[in-house]
Design a binder for this molecule. Structure first.
Ligand SMILES: Nc1nc2c(c(=O)[nH]1)N[C@H]1C(S)=C(S)[C@@H](COP(=O)(O)OP(=O)(O)OC[C@H]3O[C@@H](n4cnc5c(=O)[nH]c(N)nc54)[C@H](O)[C@@H]3O)O[C@H]1N2
Ligand SMILES: Nc1nc2c(c(=O)[nH]1)N[C@H]1C(S)=C(S)[C@@H](COP(=O)(O)OP(=O)(O)OC[C@H]3O[C@@H](n4cnc5c(=O)[nH]c(N)nc54)[C@H](O)[C@@H]3O)O[C@H]1N2
Ligand code: SF4
Ligand SMILES: [Mo]
Length: 734
């Protein structure tokens, strides 16, 4: 802060070339000393980095590092650095818009918007039943909003069809964790990464997607820790790895089963831990018995000697930490992949103590908290089960309703879209989710959204999904409301309001409370401020595996975050789970789960011979509606591309920057070729942050994991073809 104010010229020189528009509040404001610095957190990924926002005249005009926030100690990635540019962005939605047939979007009053929403809900539910109106939500939203939206769907709308975008993200990990450990959270805080001796990263592009975690891994490596990476691509973190297992997409569980079998044969498992702290090992032992490195090499494409080395290192390590993310989870066997990883951890007993641990790296800003508070089709707050009579009674009592009025288990996100397409669901309220870009098989999603009788979207930008809406309501950005979020580590943090929403935009949860009121359910939503909602959430989570009861706003601020579970006001929180080998199942033991390898849903054959996988780049976030609007980020990565190996490029006579048509059993898109040596020669990769003709999801399929209901984003069979230069020129004009 000492060197403020800096000159306009200095700012223009530093940021000018990267800005497509003037900075929020104009150049003068950017150069001025802020009125205040607000200590809050980045709105993007699940790392939840601390950041200080510079506020002037009710606008966020920049940022300063927050160096004493323990997780990131002031460090930020390029998205965090530029996040402040959304608040006053020229594309901000400032008032409600109604889509009038033949006219387009027209400004309407909030009163008219609410009346139309309420009468559409009433009409559709009267004609087609309560469940014909669905809610789809997202976990960039705070814990308070996630909790409130769950209650809104169940109490105000009484629909069972509520689900969220974590269904595309965290559910395979969540299902696997609950099965194995009885609770769904990273087992350790990242502090244990610093102390470990061997790190295994499976299906996670750490450096681009959880950039601050890179720092923890580097620090461990400075102490001599080894690194094994399992990924079909050599991502930046893999470039320094001791061992790379370049697995063919969709074959991970074969690899993990084989590694476990080798460890069992070599006697490198912890029999005492297995006997005292786990159930089900015998079944796993039998399930992995037939898995040999030679067979595994055929299936996974990983050399048998690398598999043996991985088994030796994992078997012999004194301390280890296993991290995985969507690379192994975005599959029709995502839960199996997660369980086969966890079996490796349990077999060595290296969990629940210093330097020994396990975590799935949670993706979205509140991907952890948002999956705990009753935001999912099968769940009530406190990660309670909506089909369990005791859990239902507990929550019905907290909400002051009769248990029999609480809806049952509903459809998951993709199943809701399928039901919309089939004409069974007629109305949709969508917030913080952009399915037109992020669901698989995008042309199907577009067809479905067009069929809705009534579709209302709450967003702060006109997302690609909002283009199909009857009503678009302007909601709030992260820094426009108070609240909490829970990070990938399980640390509950405070999100601070820095400014009020611009124009007529409203704080998201106020919109829900008003709709509830107009539906005659106002008495269930009596909140004046976010803290009132949090205090109810604390009670609703009390006694569950996800106990927030002992966490208060004040306590979070004082301690710079509190790890759940935290059952009482004097409890300090729990950074490390499972200490002393005590797990969250009723008998205190962890559960081994046998996994039998099975192929992916799409089939590789002569017509579709290539493995397509999809994912992210550092400069963009999810469906891109936020980051594609920020000058610097779009300049660094302006468009998607097809990443392929030189050997594959040569086979198809493709040169760098050629236009390539990629075709799956769903559709085709055309992208520029990016030829890299860091990918398997049988696999191609597309980053998915773009819509329409640039959308990777035009190619992906709607097949789901039977347990978690996650789509198979990480594997589609495709063919590729160079588009001749004539057609290429046509492409460039479109
Ligand atoms: N920059 C950036 N950061 C983000 C996000 C973002 O959009 N942009 N999103 C956030 C969210 S919500 C999420 S979920 C996380 C995602 O974080 P990650 O899961 O780390 O990212 P992805 O790019 O989806 O995929 C990870 C890796 O999986 C590999 N992979 C693909 N198929 C397979 C396979 O079959 N097996 C194995 N072992 N690996 C495979 C890919 O090559 C890729 O390197 O990132 C979070 N952080
Ligand atoms: N092919 C392929 N597809 C994928 C993936 C992949 O790896 N490959 N990854 C999947 C994963 S892991 C994820 S998490 C999903 C994400 O997919 P989505 O959830 O659809 O992506 P977002 O871009 O977060 O969309 C959120 C929308 O909500 C808005 N928004 C953000 N914050 C707020 C808020 O606080 N209030 C309101 N009112 N609106 C808000 C944004 O402007 C944006 O329009 O995509 C999935 N789709
Ligand atoms: S996007 Fe993630 S890693 Fe980057 S600054 Fe934000 S929270 Fe930190
Ligand atoms: Mo995600």
């Amino acid at each position: 802060m000492a060197d403020l104010p800096i000159s306009k010229e200095a700012i223009r020189e530093q940021f000018g070339p990267h800005l497509k528009f003037d900075p929020p509040g104009g150049w003068d404001a950017a150069a001025a000393a802020p009125d205040q610095l607000v200590k809050t957190h980045c709105c993007f990924c699940g790392q939840g980095c601390g950041i200080q926002l510079k506020v002037k005249d009710n606008q966020v005009i920049g940022f300063e590092p927050w160096e004493d926030f323990p997780f990131n100690e002031g460090k930020l990635c390029p998205k965090g650095v530029k996040r402040y540019m959304q608040g006053s962005h020229p594309d901000r939605l400032l008032y409600p818009l109604e889509n009038k047939k033949g006219v387009g979007y027209e400004r309407v009053s909030w009163d008219a918007a609410y009346e139309r929403t309420v009468s559409a809900i009433r009409d559709i539910q009267a004609k087609h039943g309560k469940d014909a109106f669905a809610v789809l939500s997202g976990v960039s939203l705070s814990n308070e909003k996630s909790y409130l939206i769950g209650k809104f769907a169940r109490v105000a709308l009484q629909t069972k069809n509520l689900d969220y975008n974590g269904r595309l993200c965290m559910v395979s990990a969540g299902t696997g964790n609950k099965k194995a450990f009885g609770v769904d959270r990273a087992a350790n805080s990242w502090a244990d990464i610093l102390e470990t001796d061997l790190i295994l990263c499976a299906g996670t592009n750490i450096s681009e997607c959880s950039p601050i975690t890179t720092d923890y891994i580097w620090k461990a490596r400075d102490r001599g820790a080894k690194l094994i990476v399992v990924d079909p691509r050599i991502t930046p973190i893999a470039r320094t790895a001791d061992l790379i297992l370049p697995v063919r997409p969709g074959t991970d569980s074969h690899l993990f089963n084989t590694i476990l079998n080798l460890m069992i044969q070599d006697g490198k498992i912890d029999h005492d831990f297995i006997r005292e702290h786990t159930n089900g090992f015998e079944e796993v032992l039998n399930a992995v018995a037939g898995y040999t490195p030679e067979e595994c090499e055929k299936v996974t494409g990983v050399p048998a000697k690398s598999i043996r080395l991985a088994a030796k290192w994992w078997g012999e390590a004194k301390k280890s930490f296993l991290l995985h993310a969507r690379g192994i989870e975005h599959h029709t066997k995502g839960v199996d992949n997660v369980l086969s990883c966890i079996n490796l951890v349990l077999a060595t007993g290296r969990i629940g103590r210093a330097g020994c641990g396990y975590a799935t790296i949670t993706g979205q800003g509140n991907g952890q908290g948002g999956r705990e508070h009753g935001h999912k089709c099968d769940q009530l707050p406190g990660n309670r089960d909506i089909t369990n009579p005791e859990h239902r009674k507990f929550i019905a009592d907290v909400w002051g309703i009769d248990e029999k009025d609480l809806p049952g288990k509903g459809l998951s996100a993709q199943e809701i879209m399928n039901a919309i397409h089939a004409g069974e669901i007629k109305g949709l309220l969508l917030i913080c989710f952009n399915p037109a870009v992020s669901l698989p098989d995008s042309l199907f999603t577009e067809e479905a959204l067009k069929k809705l009788e009534f579709f209302v979207v709450i967003d702060f930008f006109m997302s690609e999904s909002a283009r199909f809406a009857d009503l678009v309501l302007p909601g709030s950005l992260h820094e426009e409301d108070e609240g909490t979020a829970t990070t990938a580590e399980g640390r509950v943090i405070r999100i601070r309001q820095a400014v009020t929403p611009p124009g007529e935009a409203k704080i998201d949860w106020h919109i829900f409370c008003e709709i509830a009121k107009r539906l005659g359910k106002g008495k269930y939503f009596p909140y004046n401020e976010s803290e009132d909602i949090f205090n109810e959430l604390r009670v609703a989570s009390r006694g569950s595996t996800v106990d927030y009861y002992g966490i208060t706003y004040e306590k979070i601020e004082k301690n710079k975050g509190i790890f759940w579970p935290c059952p009482t006001l004097d409890h300090p929180g729990t950074p490390r789970l499972f200490e002393g080998g005590k797990f969250a199942h009723p008998d205190g033991k962890a559960k081994f789960n046998p996994v039998v390898y099975r192929p992916s849903a799409d089939e590789i054959n002569a017509e579709y011979p290539i493995y397509l996988t999809t994912g992210r780049v550092i400069f963009h976030y999810l469906s891109g509606t936020q980051t594609r609007r920020i000058g610097f980020l779009t300049e660094e990565c302006p468009e998607p591309y097809l990443e392929l190996h030189p050997a594959l490029a040569e086979k198809y006579r493709i040169a760098e920057a050629d236009i390539v048509r990629i075709t799956s059993r769903r559709s085709s898109i055309e992208l520029k070729a990016k030829i890299v040596k860091t990918i398997r020669p049988d696999t191609v990769f597309i980053p998915y942050h773009w819509p329409d003709k640039q959308s990777a999801n035009r190619l992906t399929q709607r097949a789901l994991d039977p347990l978690s209901k996650i789509p198979e984003f990480k594997f589609s069979a495709v063919n590729i073809q160079r588009v001749d230069p004539q057609q290429g020129a046509a492409h460039a004009k479109r």
